[in-house]
Design a protein around this ligand. Structure first.
Ligand SMILES: [Zn+2]
Length: 306
């Protein structure tokens, strides 16, 4: 694993000094506190999430939210948390259905969203955006004999799975968190799972190592808002289930984050100076600035062509 990838994983789990899923050692079993904090909650009808909560505190961090969609033929699992969480996921799924897990979808490459793919075996159907498969293939967790656990199928712009009340539409609209972020729409339930393109009420993690872009992030979310219809409920990566208006607000936030940062860059300000200017954030009540400096740094690097 390159230093950049390791660094990205560390940042993904909140700047904590734990390089999860970075070694070949078997994954550590989740702590009792983490298991207790991770519950299965109904979103609507046959759609649940197994909660992942925020990356802090790390003692209870399980990874991003996991979608559990129960179809006529089996269970579709969207994102598999950190390595070592497979059995805990299955235990939670078994409290709501006896159907087999037939399909895994990953919103993107990060180890807190793909970490327990392996648990579900090499025969399960698995789907990601084509860029995410390429990113996953560079992870230690999917190298060598572990390559059998790489996703079986990819898509480029859009893919529909199932039909009727079981229909799921997968969309790719461009770069942001990485270069392979999928938006999953459970059409009959008017619900979309957005992964870390909609992570929390704070500056987002722009993972340039995996093709992310602070400049394109708001453009990508604009395409989601303009093109995805009939959705009222949005499942983010690490925050409470929200509404369409919350996603629209986050799109505005990412747009302003970029324009404010680009203006500071043009004015010759340092990253520290730019990150200290948070007056514009008062327009976003409830938003925090704990990840602002890292996002400003990533945008500066992007503007500098680094
Ligand atoms: Zn992520």
């Amino acid at each position: 694993m390159t230093r950049g990838l390791t660094l990205a994983l560390i940042i993904t789990v909140g700047g904590l000094s734990m390089a999860v899923a970075a070694s070949q050692a078997p994954p550590a079993a989740p702590s009792a506190a983490a298991l207790a904090a991770t519950t299965i909650e109904k979103v609507k009808d046959n759609l649940y999430i197994i909660t992942g909560a925020n990356p802090v505190p790390r003692e209870t961090f399980a990874g991003g939210h996991t979608g559990v969609f129960i179809t006529d033929t089996g269970v579709v699992v969207v994102d598999t948390k950190l390595a070592g969480w497979g059995q805990a996921l299955l235990d939670r799924i078994r409290t709501v259905t006896d159907k087999p897990v037939t399909t895994i979808i990953n919103t993107h490459t990060h180890g807190d969203h793909t970490g327990s793919n392996e648990f579900f075996g090499a025969s399960v159907d698995s789907v990601v955006h084509e860029n995410t498969k390429a990113n996953m293939a560079r992870m230690d967790a999917f190298k060598g004999d572990k390559a059998q656990f790489l996703p079986k199928r990819t898509y480029k712009d859009r893919l529909t799975l199932g039909s009727g009340r079981d229909q799921i539409d997968l969309y790719y609209f461009g770069r942001g968190h990485t270069d392979g972020d999928t938006f999953i729409v459970y059409t009959a339930l008017r619900t979309m799972q957005a992964g870390d393109m909609f992570p929390w009420k704070d500056a987002p993690f722009i993972d340039r190592t995996n093709g992310g872009s602070g400049r394109e992030w708001p453009q990508t979310l604009k395409k989601v808002l303009d093109n995805v219809k009939n959705v009222d409920t949005v499942i983010g990566g690490h925050q409470p289930v929200a509404g369409w208006k919350d996603l629209a607000r986050f799109q505005q936030f990412t747009a302003e984050l970029y324009t404010q940062t680009a203006a500071a860059h043009k004015a010759g300000k340092t990253v520290d100076q730019a990150a200290a200017e948070t007056t514009w954030m008062s327009r976003y009540p409830g938003y925090e600035a704990t990840r602002l400096k890292a996002a400003v740094q990533a945008i500066y690097d992007e503007l500098d062509g680094k």
